[in-house]
Write a protein that binds this ligand. Structure first.
Ligand SMILES: Nc1nc2c(ncn2[C@@H]2O[C@H](COP(=O)(O)OP(=O)(O)OP(=O)(O)O)[C@@H](O)[C@H]2O)c(=O)[nH]1
Ligand SMILES: [Mg+2]
Length: 640
């Protein structure tokens, strides 16, 4: 399958992956091993590229979470482990690069168990100085480089047996357990998420690879044996059994653009069958699409499917417009009743303001950015009402840089980008009433609208809710949507500093209309002003994005790095000793303080310190920063 250094991997074929020497998108591979067809999806491991990786969860039965022995548990390890568990996938942990850090392995296994739960058991252990592995499933004795084959065998056996009361009773009464029923129990326990095997590999030297393939072929569940996928139906999660005879249902887990075929949508068939003549719709569309070109995907190649595809298959459709990640396609005869249970994508907090180098590319840029957002659920874009800029949001600098590279390489749009603007938010601490009466009745057509509303704080992350409690037609029903639009206008640019307002509920409860002079536009304006009126009385505050940050530094620089973190308002959550004199510092830091961090960290650590971040949550801004943000706003408005 090639090597990333030689730029020859089947999976990392896209120009960005080649340029960065890492996986930047989810890619599909196909293999046949011992007569078993294996669909593999290789996903990026960088925490900034977690969106396209999480999006593939609904497509598979088993998640293999690769942990680098030399760097240990990373941000992405925990996130992916839990996301796969919540989606009901079987999980395995592959500890790779055992050749690089053999002395770190016992500690790593202990940490994996502590952090990810007691269902983890080593299904093999490194032996012969890391040049081989010894299987702890079939063996209950043997020489391993560390740990005990007997103990691991017993732990695996007990975890397996725990899920079957009858087997547990037999075991406790001293009966021996035969390997066939143990294997069956093991598969079931792994399938239920009760047991997670750990395997060791040194991929470059092909150590442990046979064992890994063996367990995938023999023990990882097939689409039929796996726990059924789940979708939301009327707000409730329902199971979708992998039934080829039921009406067609498919989940889009990746969309991309091929230089020859145009749009490609990669789909996991959840139910039913599909060939080139199959018609389908997505969402509430009326007009069905023809499946047309049904393809199999193998790295950059996409041969046509030779036969019909069935529930459980991964396929690609070419030239279907408008499909985005997490779209659900269904048979035209069926109602649009399912929504995905989306993997919980982290909030994107980094932002870049984009401008085309060539002014005439403005429209092209907007549509290209829109396309990139369809492809990546963690990429977003919006028009900044304050600066009139096109702002792209993402998970971090690398994520956004890759998006810019795609704009150049794929869409041929030269783009200049400005220093990331931190995505502050505004919210309120208390409920309040607001009112606005709009009355313009001088000459010609007048405008009249009056709105009374109240606003209430919502829980962090809840977003925005709107309701009407207007009785007796005080505001005629047809104007209520205009009031809501006005409130939304007010949300886009908060009264404090022009940042978006979040986590508020707005209830319009009274008002007045005029038979001739009331129009949508009048209610929209009154809605916006009543909202701003209420907002000012509701103890408004700023929120700022906080990120989780993992920093690796030589032990000797830990003092400097932690002192600097404190200056940046960082909170240290944990410190771990890593291999080869490295220390891992886990911290939470306001994103606003990370602007020049790469350079600073390199400076403090003679160029060897590294860090990675992922969004965590929004938190209140301390008063001193709040003053600065308000000053910036009034500075901006006096310049206007
Ligand atoms: N020493 C050693 N190096 C390895 C081993 N396996 C992979 N590598 C090297 O580790 C580097 C990263 O390998 P990748 O295959 O790109 O790793 P990945 O997990 O796909 O990384 P991302 O795509 O960034 O998530 C490459 O330089 C590999 O040659 C191993 O077992 N031992
Ligand atoms: Mg990779």
């Amino acid at each position: 399958m090639g090597s990333i250094e030689a730029q020859s991997t089947t999976s990392d074929f896209e120009p960005e992956a080649r340029a960065h020497g890492m996986s930047t998108a989810a890619t599909l591979l196909f293999a046949i091993k011992d007569g078993c067809e294996l669909n593999l999806i290789d996903t990026p491991g960088s925490p900034e590229l977690v969106g396209p990786a999480l999006a593939t969860i609904p497509a598979v039965e088993t998640a293999l979470i690769v942990v680098n022995a030399a760097s240990g548990i990373e941000l992405g390890t925990r996130r992916f482990f839990h996301a796969a568990g919540e989606a009901g996938l079987a999980r395995m942990i592959v500890v790779n690069k055992i050749d690089q850090a053999p002395q770190a392995l016992p500690n790593l296994v202990r940490e994996l168990r502590e952090e990810l739960g007691r269902g983890l058991c080593c299904i093999n252990l490194p032996c012969k100085g890391g040049t081989d592995v010894i299987d702890c499933f079939d063996h209950d004795a043997g020489e391993a480089d560390f740990g005990s084959v007997a103990d691991e065998h017993k732990a695996m056996l007990e975890s397996t047996i725990e899920i079957d009361d009858a087997a547990l009773e037999r075991y406790l009464s001293g009966e021996p357990v035969d390997l066939t029923s143990l294997r069956r129990g093991f598969i079931e326990a792994m399938n239920r998420g009760h047991l997670v095997p750990i395997l060791f590999t040194a991929a470059k030297a092909e150590v442990g690879i046979d064992d890994l393939l063996h367990i995938i072929v023999n023990e990882a569940p097939s689409p039929v044996a796996a726990r059924p996928r789940r979708l939301l139906k009327g707000g409730e999660l329902v199971e979708i059994p992998c039934n080829p005879d039921a009406p067609l249902l498919g989940h889009v887990f990746k969309v991309s653009t091929d230089p020859y075929l145009g749009n490609l949508a990669m789909i996991r068939l959840l139910q039913g069958k599909l060939d080139g003549r199959t018609r389908f719709v997505y969402g509430s569309e009326k007009k069905p699409h023809d499946a047309g070109h049904v393809l199999k995907i193998e790295g950059r190649d996409h041969p046509a499917m030779e036969s019909e595809a069935y529930a459980g298959d991964l396929i690609a459709l070419a030239k279907v417009e408008g499909l985005h990640v997490d779209a659900i396609i269904h048979a035209p005869t069926e109602p649009d009743q399912y929504a995905p249970q989306p993997p919980r994508y982290p909030q994107s907090m980094f932002a870049l303001a984009l401008e085309p180098k060539n002014k005439s590319d403005e429209v092209k840029l907007l549509s290209a950015v829109h396309r990139l957002c369809e492809e990546d659920p963690t990429l977003g874009c919006e028009h900044d009402a304050q600066t009139h800029e096109l702002v792209m949001h993402g998970m971090g600098e690398l994520h956004l840089r890759i998006a810019l590279e795609k704009l150049e390489s794929r869409f041929r749009i030269g783009v200049t980008s400005k220093k990331p603007r931190v995505a502050f938010r505004e919210t309120i601490m208390a409920p309040a009433e607001g009112h606005h009466r709009l009355k313009k009745q001088t000459g010609g057509a007048g405008q009249f609208a009056e709105v009374f509303l109240r606003i209430e704080p919502l829980a962090r992350g809840a977003g925005f809710e709107f309701a009407s409690e207007v009785f007796g037609g005080a505001i005629p029903t047809q104007y209520i949507p205009a009031v809501e639009k006005g409130v939304i206008d007010g949300l886009h640019s908060g009264p404090l500093g022009g940042y978006p307002v979040v986590d508020v509920r707005v209830v319009v409860h009274d008002g007045k209309a005029h038979a001739v002079d009331s129009k949508d536009i009048a209610f929209r304006t009154a809605g916006k002003n009543a909202f701003r009126d209420a907002f000012a009385r509701a103890r408004p505050v700023f929120l700022e994005p906080i990120v989780n940050c993992d920093i690796t530094t030589p032990e000797t620089c830990v003092g400097d790095v932690t002192a600097d973190l404190k200056q940046r308002r960082g909170r240290i959550v944990g410190v771990d000793a890593g291999p080869r004199g490295q220390t891992m510092i886990h911290a939470q830091i306001p994103l606003a303080e990370l602007g020049d961090y790469s350079g600073m960290l390199r400076g403090m650590t003679q160029g060897v310190g590294t860090f990675s971040t992922e969004p965590s949550h929004y938190d209140y801004v301390p008063p001193i920063i709040e003053k600065r943000l308000i000053a910036e706003k009034s500075g901006a408005s006096t310049e206007e």
